[in-house]
Design a protein around this ligand. Structure first.
Ligand code: WQD
Length: 349
């Protein structure tokens, strides 16, 4: 049985990816420091993973491990392996928070990832699938964004940690050709598993659009603040490439398969998006159609650091990972609504 180590696997994209790995017949070990997830449910496991086990009928190994705890990390990788590959989700991910707490982000996302790479290498697991982000492209110089677009001009510490980690992994592969590293640059992950049992459950006030809309729809928030309607876009609101989290999860398993092939060498980045852009107001309208109720919103000034438009050229993933996104905006909204309306308080009982 092929065994995969998943860091941050209790989280949103992580838990959906663990689900698909299990359904594809992989054994999975999740380590997570639980800073961004809710530890509920039986067996000392996060509720998100209890529900993944319920959906799949399979079990997941789990330990609370902080990547900053090198000894604990070393113990787990040594005793719970061997692992064919590691999918690395664990990271702090709030753009705004990273601007207030840059050192916390560089330490957690940077040093934590370096610890992981060191311990994986020591245990001969020289294969990593990295949760990167389209934010590494900064303000687009052209659209759609392809993997040749310059990276590194992102302005916030969160985005810089993603860029820096990509470069660190590139250098590790250059220094040791046995290493394989696949950077998956997500555009905007949204949606939930069709069962409605797992989904995005941000702690506190959601930073991102879709969970905020969902919380307005379920009555947890009064109204959405639309950050600016004076962008150079069809309706003046920001345009993004929203991708269903289940498509994203399938993309990670495609990357695990690609990394295993002898023909794959070294370091490579792939965009995971749909290639289509939708505006904030288009997403509001789509969600209203899915939920059957109006979403109250107010137009407010732009959020600093936001760009007008971003959407992917994902032809490289199509040719090399044999992967394309299949789900529509309507699927994303219907699945998000099923999750949020069934779990108004997220995973907290
Ligand atoms: C989308 C659009 C906002 C909230 C960020 C990170 C990226 C990734 C995804 C982690 C924009 C508008 C949003 C709200 C709004 N994160 N908006 N009101 O900023 O494209 O990307 O999240 O991996 O790395 O940069 O996503 O969902 O925050 O914003 O009007 O309450 O919705 O202005 O146009 P973003 P988002």
């Amino acid at each position: 049985m092929t065994r995969i180590l998943v860091t941050g696997g209790a989280g949103y994209v992580g838990s959906h990816t663990v689900l698909v790995l299990l359904q594809e017949g992989y054994e999975v070990m999740v380590i997570d420091n639980m800073v961004n997830a809710v530890l509920e449910g039986s067996g000392g496991k996060p509720e998100s993973l209890n529900r993944v086990e319920k959906i799949t009928g399979k079990t997941v190994d789990f330990e609370i491990i902080d990547l900053m705890d090198l000894e604990a990390l070393r113990r787990v990788v040594k005793t719970k392996g061997p692992f064919e590959s590691c999918i690395h989700f664990a990271a702090l991910k709030s753009v705004g928070e990273s601007c207030q707490q840059p050192l916390r982000y560089y330490r957690n996302n940077g040093t934590g990832s370096i610890n992981l790479l060191e311990v994986l290498g020591e245990n001969n697991c020289k294969s990593i699938i990295f949760s990167s982000s389209a934010t590494v492209y900064g303000d687009p110089q052209y659209l759609p964004l392809d993997e040749k677009h310059p990276t590194g001009s992102c302005t916030n510490p969160y985005g810089k940690t993603k860029f820096i980690m990509e470069e660190i992994m590139r250098d590790v592969c250059t220094a040791d050709p046995e290493w394989k590293a696949i950077m998956l640059r997500y555009f905007n992950p949204v949606g939930a598993h069709a069962s409605g049992l797992i989904g995005e459950d941000p702690l506190g006030i959601p930073n991102n659009l879709m969970p905020f809309i969902a919380q307005v729809a379920v009555g947890r928030r009064k109204a959405l603040q639309v950050f600016g309607n004076d962008y150079d876009t069809p309706d003046g609101t920001g345009v993004r490439d929203y991708i269903h989290v289940m498509d994203l999860a399938v993309g990670h398993v495609a990357a695990v398969r690609r990394a295993k092939e002898d023909s794959f060498k070294g370091w490579k980045a792939f965009n995971l998006g749909t290639g289509k852009g939708n505006s904030v107001l288009q997403m509001v309208a789509a969600f209203e159609a899915a939920a059957g109720n109006k979403i109250a919103y107010d137009i407010v000034p732009r959020r600093s650091g936001d760009i007008a438009t971003s959407y992917a050229d994902c032809s490289l993933a199509a040719t090399e990972l044999k992967w394309t996104a299949k789900k529509t905006i309507a699927d994303m909204c219907a699945d998000t609504w099923r999750w949020q309306s069934g779990n108004p308080k997220g995973f907290a009982a």
